[in-house]
Design a protein around this ligand. Structure first.
Ligand code: AVI
Length: 464
């Protein structure tokens, strides 16, 4: 409904403004299919969903498939009433796959079948509510969780328990990005205080031609590999510029999200006619290695955003060395770095007035509750960002507001009042530190492309 000219919807917390960055949710099969068609796509079949399911974070959502409720190949009905009940495959039903907050971690996913029944007042148990509506009746069956998903939960549980039982409690910021975390990060990037996205966008909008010219001056023929491509919205500006220079090249986006890779392979060639796209779904270094077998050309590797800042400088150097080991002399790396600047500007970016970054941090505690069955009360933790202008370390913590205990599986985690969990580092660099990092990791600095405020750098390095 519209309130004061703005679209709103009813949620469990009452009427809320529709956030256009949130995933589409609480919709019927027909709405999901229509939305997919509107986006030029289709819903996955149940089998496609299952093949891709290792990439999903569990306990977050149910997802519509376009499959009818049918038996798996080889299904045999067991004799007796159980077989009669479970062995009938009804018509006019579609399958939802996924898990909810209450799905036991590490043991099962729920296969849910939706019975779409046309009802009218007086003839259904829900008649008072849904006169002439299709209403859904859910049947749940537990099935073994696929091995990849189980591995994900095991690693997540192990990392969280180790981090929270350590003398100085810490969590790994790579776990921020479940579906809710992704949506919050999208909102952070639009927050007025979070300058990083705008600065790098400006570099790409204003200097893509210079970047493309510099690349062509270094090598006449190359392919482009991107680490953590995401939706490639910023990179596509540079990709377009390279195409317009008449270069015939392939773009290899690498991403841990299989659905993002599918999306890029479908949409980018339409958006940028002539662009060849071959997505690589997996970990950065593994996929970078795989890309070497797919092209004899030189590779230009992009590592944009300021993701390199999400590990301490020593780890950043070790990671850049690993990238270097996968490249050949003459290959190129372009990395985004956030520069040191006035401390208040940096701190505000991680402490936005609307409290989105606070929610982004607290969301990891909620994720641990949903996926690992913990009982964090997020009201009892305070978001506490810090910035040290000397070292350039911007660190976020969650501080326990009282002495408390949190249960997570067999582990009982004790928090003293004011005890902090170290959540994330967002390291800032000076131009000289960036050059030194290039040298220590086996690269030669070519050029630094900075925005008009000198707040952000896309640094171009060549393998020595
Ligand atoms: C993804 N990364 C570069 C962001 C940053 O600025 O460190 C993550 C972030 N954390 C809080 N706000 C944004």
């Amino acid at each position: 409904m519209q309130v004061d000219g703005q679209w709103q919807h009813y949620t469990l917390h009452g009427l809320r403004r529709i956030d256009l960055n949130e995933p589409v949710s609480h919709i019927s099969y027909y709405e999901a299919a229509a939305f997919a068609a509107w986006k030029g796509m289709r819903l996955p079949t149940e089998f496609e969903w299952e093949a891709a399911s290792g990439q999903f974070s569990w306990g977050q959502r149910w997802e519509w498939t376009e499959s009818a409720y049918l038996p798996y190949p080889g299904f045999q009905r067991v004799p007796g009433p159980v077989g009669e009940y479970n062995g009938k495959f009804m018509v006019n039903q579609k399958v939802l796959r996924g898990a909810s907050a209450f799905t036991p971690p590490d043991t099962a996913v729920i296969l849910t079948v939706i019975f779409s029944i046309h009802t009218s007042a007086g003839n259904s148990p829900a008649s008072g509510l849904c006169d002439n509506l299709n209403y859904c009746f859910m049947k749940t069956l537990t099935v073994p969780q696929p091995p990849v998903a189980r591995k994900h939960v095991n690693n997540f549980y192990r990392d969280v328990v180790n981090g929270l039982l350590a003398e100085h409690k810490h969590l790994d910021s790579k776990y921020f990005y479940d579906a809710a975390g992704d949506a919050l990060f999208q909102q952070i990037m639009q927050a007025p205080e979070y300058y990083l996205t705008g600065c790098e966008l400006e570099i790409l909008q204003e200097q893509s031609r210079d970047i493309a010219l510099a690349l062509c001056a270094l090598c006449s023929s190359f392919d482009v590999v991107e680490l953590g491509a995401g939706d490639a919205s910023k990179t596509s500006i540079l990709l377009k510029e390279i195409l317009e220079m008449g270069l015939d090249y392939t773009y290899f986006p690498i991403d841990i999200s299989g659905s993002m890779i599918n999306y890029l392979e479908r949409t980018l060639p339409r958006q940028l006619p002539g662009l060849k796209v071959k997505g690589l779904n997996g970990e950065y270094i593994d996929m970078l290695k795989a890309s070497a077998d797919l092209t004899p050309k030189r590779r230009v590797v992009l590592f944009m955003g300021a993701s390199i800042g999400n590990v301490p400088p020593q780890e950043a150097a070790a990671f850049l060395k690993k990238i270097r080991e996968q490249l050949h002399p003459g290959d190129i790396l372009i990395t985004g770095f956030d520069l040191k600047k006035h401390p208040a500007t940096v701190l505000a970016a991680y402490n936005d007035a609307a409290g989105i970054t606070r929610e982004f941090n607290l969301n990891l505690l909620r994720r641990i509750n949903h996926e690992l069955g913990a009982n964090f009360d997020t009201e009892k933790f305070e978001h506490y960002p810090t910035y040290d202008p000397g070292t350039g370390s911007c660190k976020s913590y969650l501080v326990s507001l009282e002495e408390q205990e949190v249960q997570m599986g067999d582990a009982l985690i004790h928090f003293a009042k004011d005890e902090a969990i170290y959540m994330e580092i967002s390291q800032k660099y000076s131009a000289a530190e960036i050059d030194r990092l290039a040298q220590t990791s086996g690269f030669r600095c070519v050029r630094q492309f900075t925005d008009s405020k000198d707040w952000f750098v896309d640094a171009m390095w060549q393998c020595a």
